[in-house]
Design a binder for this molecule. Structure first.
Ligand code: HEC
Ligand code: HEC
Ligand code: HEC
Length: 233
């Protein structure tokens, strides 16, 4: 009997509390506007105005779309226009002429450009005769979620990156020894140290570049201990 009454009081107090918190929530934008000056753009929309940042993390839909991913150095918001050599740099649009295109990042398919022999990157900063040490080893990372599994290909990386760019600081060189997840990547860790900055970013169009191995036909989502041990299941 006691328990029934208890739950009753909880229900009542929740009902009383709800409208109060709803009022407090509605009132907050007003009190904000009163305490600090806000631009008209910020006040008009119910969502906060989108913020402009550098090219990193384009996956975040709350950030402004980059209008021109290949602007000339003086207009890209990255290079210092008070520094004269900025104007000596070749504008990307001239440098990228004739290269195969892609749908994201700076819209160039760099792996294809290299495979087609359109690029000849220098492997060593000082000695032009040093050839890259290319390793053709694919690492498959089975993903617990229903998205296709990830294949990390060493080849398109080692064609222009020395092993020490990744091993051992970003990744221990041992299959599945590293914990990787999408949140870390989007925040600029693990694969995100480069992907989203100097190589193709995670966008809705690029998922399949990394998630390229279809799940086995008999794949079922792994169940958590809590589900498996649930006595009422
Ligand atoms: C762009 C980053 C990157 C570069 C550059 C790179 N690796 Fe790796 N390597 C990885 C990742 C990611 C894994 C997988 C780790 C995991 O699954 O936890 C890996 C795994 C390995 C493994 C373990 C293989 C296994 O079966 O356990 C070896 C060995 C290795 N790399 C050697 C090299 C060598 C040698 C080079 C240079 C020629 C190199 N890697 C360059 C990212 C890189
Ligand atoms: C640069 C490569 C890369 C791109 C691009 C990428 N992913 Fe991933 N994704 C990974 C890696 C690596 C993992 C970790 C796999 C594992 O468990 O070892 C992962 C894991 C995941 C997971 C499992 C849950 C988690 O957070 O770890 C989901 C879901 C996922 N990715 C969805 C996506 C979607 C959707 C996109 C496109 C918007 C995308 N990924 C783009 C590399 C990538
Ligand atoms: C040290 C920098 C670096 C790291 C770390 C890195 N990548 Fe890359 N990745 C590159 C570069 C550079 C390219 C080639 C240029 C491009 O495609 O943007 C590339 C290309 C690729 C490609 C080839 C795409 C194609 O067109 O064939 C895949 C797939 C890929 N990366 C997945 C991953 C995954 C998955 C991880 C994390 C496990 C990872 N990369 C970590 C720099 C990196």
């Amino acid at each position: 009997m006691k328990t029934v009454i208890k739950s009753f009081t909880i229900a009542i107090s929740a009902a009383v509390l709800l409208p109060v918190s709803a009022i407090a929530f509605e009132a907050s934008p007003l009190s904000l506007a009163a305490t600090k000056p806000v631009s008209s753009a910020e006040v008009t929309g119910s969502v906060p105005a989108k913020i402009s940042v550098s090219n990193a993390n384009v996956f975040n839909r709350l950030l402004k779309k980059i209008e021109d991913p290949n602007a000339a150095p003086a207009d890209d918001g990255i290079h210092d226009i008070e520094n004269e050599p900025t104007f000596a740099l070749q504008p990307p649009k001239i440098a990228y002429k004739g290269l195969p295109t892609s749908e994201y990042g700076n819209h160039i398919d760099w792996v294809k450009a290299l495979d087609d022999g359109l690029l000849d990157p220098r492997y060593d900063r000082v000695d032009p005769s040093i050839e890259p040490f290319v390793m053709d080893l694919d690492i498959v990372r089975p993903v617990k979620a229903s998205v296709p599994d990830v294949v990390f290909p060493h080849k398109p990386h080692t064609q222009w990156l020395h092993c020490s760019n990744c091993h051992p600081k970003i990744f221990i060189p041992q299959r599945l020894a590293n914990q990787i997840n999408m949140s870390a990547i989007i925040l600029g860790q693990k694969c995100g140290v480069c992907h989203g900055k100097v190589s193709f970013p995670p966008t809705t169009k690029s998922c399949k570049k990394c998630h390229s191995k279809p799940k086995p036909s008999d794949w079922t989502p792994p169940l958590s201990d809590a589900t498996v041990k649930n006595p009422w299941r």
